[in-house]
Structures are given as C-alpha cells and as structure tokens.
Design a protein around this ligand. Sequence first.
Ligand SMILES: Nc1ncnc2c1ncn2[C@@H]1O[C@H](COP(=O)(O)OP(=O)(O)O)[C@@H](O)[C@H]1O
Ligand SMILES: [Mg+2]
Length: 247
Amino acid sequence: MLSTTQNSFSGHVARLLLENKGKRIMPFEYEGQKYWLKQPEKLKGIWRILKAHPQQHFAEETAILRRLNEQGAAVPELVLFGKDFFVVKDVGRTLNSWIEDKSLSEQCKAEILADSAAALNSLHERGFIHGRPALRDIAWHKGKVSFMDFECHSRRENMEWQKIRDGLVYLHSLCRSKHLSDAQVLGAIESYRSFCPPELWGKMLDLLRRYRCVYYLLLPFKPIARMDLIALYRLFELMFINKDKKS
Ligand SMILES: Nc1ncnc2c1ncn2[C@@H]1O[C@H](COP(=O)(O)OP(=O)(O)O)[C@@H](O)[C@H]1O
Ligand SMILES: [Mg+2]
C-alpha cells in the first residue's frame, strides 16, 4: 500500500519522473486538474555542440518562472519544482491550436488574437519581456491569456528595444501561420497597434522601414526562402507594400 507521502501530489510527480525520465514536456491529470511536467532538453548529435548547457538553461528557466509567479505575471502557476523538473498548471490551448481549429469562426479567432495583443502589451507595461512570444508559447482560455517558455535574456538590455523585438517576433509569428489569411493577419496587426503605445509602435515601424531594402534585395529568392524568411516577406508586404499600392 502507498504511504501518505507517496500518495501525495509530489509522490505522484516523482513516479511520473521515474517512468518518463528525460521526456521534455508531458501533460498529466491529478484530482481533476491538468498539469504539465517539464524537464531539461536531452540533446542529440550536433545539437549537443550547438545548444550547450541544457541543464543551466533549465535552471534559468525555472528561476524566471519562479520570479514571474512571485510578481503575479500572466504565466502558468508553478506548483512544484526541483533541479531537473518543474510542474505548472495547465493554462489552456495555445494560439496556434486555436488558429488551426476549423470549427472556430473567424470572429472568435480575431477576438483571441485581440486578447493576446492586449495581454502582450500589458505584460510590457508591467515591465516584463517574453523574449520570443511565438504563437505556440501563448495560451488562451476563456479570455485569459498566459505566456510560457520565456527566453533567458539579459536584464541589462534596453527595455524599449526588447519590447520592440517582442512585438515584431509576435507579428512575425502570425505571418508564419498558413492558417491565417492576409486579412486576418492585418486584423491582428491592427489589434496589436491599438494596444501598443504610439511611440513604441512608431519605433517598430521605423525599424521595419530601415530593413525594407533587405526585402527588395532578397525578393528574387522568395520562391526558395525558408519558412521564417517567407514570414518576414509577408510581414513587410502586409505592413508596407499593400499600403503603398493603395496610396
Ligand atoms: N502550462 C501549460 N498549459 C498549456 N499548455 C502547455 C503548458 N506548458 C506547456 N504546454 C504545451 O507544451 C508545449 C511545449 O512547452 P514549452 O514550455 O514551450 O517547451 P519547449 O521549451 O520545449 O518549447 C507548449 O507549446 C504548449 O503546447
Ligand atoms: Mg515552447
């Protein structure tokens, strides 16, 4: 028979860890609540050289999550952690999963993206930076948006620049989605603009304008461009080229 400790939540997690050693991320249920168990990355082959120190990276990720939990940021609740794992509460489906859902209306998707744009801007307003707010790392559940998988970054870097980068990474991530039409992406860009402080938005546009020449230089390669680059072309096109054609 199991002892009280073995029966407890931490005992359950210890068992899961034993049975799933090295598994990067796995969902599980405990007393009707869904959780996620995360462990350090197990790198193979060339990635061992290219992505060094997974253990240290994981320790930093746990530290960031602890700090954000203490400060009440929009992140999953950290319920248990150790040197080689942490457990967080489920915060719902990620944006890419909502966007890919064919049973959801365009209107619903637009509202989810508007909530996300508002949440990313309010995260910034409170002085937090995500580092790589891609659609797969933002969750939405009944209007509540949560951010996960924060990038480890230097806190000494210029705050404004980091907010600009977060915003552009988010917009780029929207452009990467094959499941969003240009009109839907434009709607989501407009949502982001409406929540972004005008000065910051102006600086995001300035930055994109400065790199516009790169767009023309790379245009001949568009047919063979990789997905990230194609998304960048789409962002340039939606932000400037279509507008230029109209004016
Ligand atoms: N608390 C959570 N709530 C809902 N989904 C989650 C949660 N934690 C992780 N996930 C899911 O697992 C995926 C991978 O988790 P993540 O922390 O981003 O790991 P990785 O660093 O390997 O990208 C996420 O994109 C999301 O789909
Ligand atoms: Mg992730």
